[in-house]
Design a protein around this ligand. Structure first.
Ligand SMILES: [Zn+2]
Ligand SMILES: [Zn+2]
Length: 168
């Protein structure tokens, strides 16, 4: 993808076989075979170039859809492989510790509840905030697993880690 000619200030990039193959590898379908194809091939090429400004592409070879073998040109809508789109799933989570909340801590945290989101209008903090206070765990790194749901002392509805509560 190194040949460049200049046309009205826009780079026209001739997409060589290598880059074309890389682009096709990222596809799993095209507008012919996938109803959800919504990305133009140009976008994929931009991504391969790491987006160095506006460019127009000229494919040196005709590309084919890896799924249905229909020809793909620069403006064909394509479907990207899932793995490209779900990278976030592979990101390492910030070190999170799962803490099992035993009965004693649960009862203690439950005592700090005045009202919950069902019976109090201004409930703004989640119950796990109270669990942080009781257990002394770092709220940014802790997820709680409760041995049983707590109960709101006022309306007796179940309260879990993410229920909004009003503390005493
Ligand atoms: Zn296709
Ligand atoms: Zn309540």
């Amino acid at each position: 993808m190194n040949q460049k000619t200049y046309l009205q200030g826009i780079d026209v990039i001739v997409v060589g076989t290598e880059s074309a193959r890389e682009a096709v590898q990222r596809l799993c379908g095209c507008q012919q075979c996938s109803e959800t194809a919504s990305t133009s091939l140009e976008y994929v090429l931009d991504d391969i170039r790491k987006g160095e400004g506006a460019a127009a592409y000229m494919l040196a070879d005709t590309l084919g859809c890896p799924n249905c073998h229909a020809p793909i040109v620069e403006t064909t809508l394509v479907q990207l492989r899932e793995s490209r789109q779900s990278n976030w799933f592979e990101l390492p989570l910030p070190e999170t510790e799962v803490v099992l909340v035993e009965e004693s801590s649960l009862v203690e945290a439950q005592r700090l509840i005045a009202e919950c989101e069902s019976c109090g209008e201004d409930a703004q903090i989640t119950f796990d905030y109270l669990l942080d206070a009781v257990t002394g765990c770092d709220p940014t790194k802790t997820e709680y697993l409760m041995c049983r749901p707590a109960k709101c002392p006022r309306c007796f509805r179940e309260v879990n880690e993410k229920t909004l509560v009003i503390p005493e």
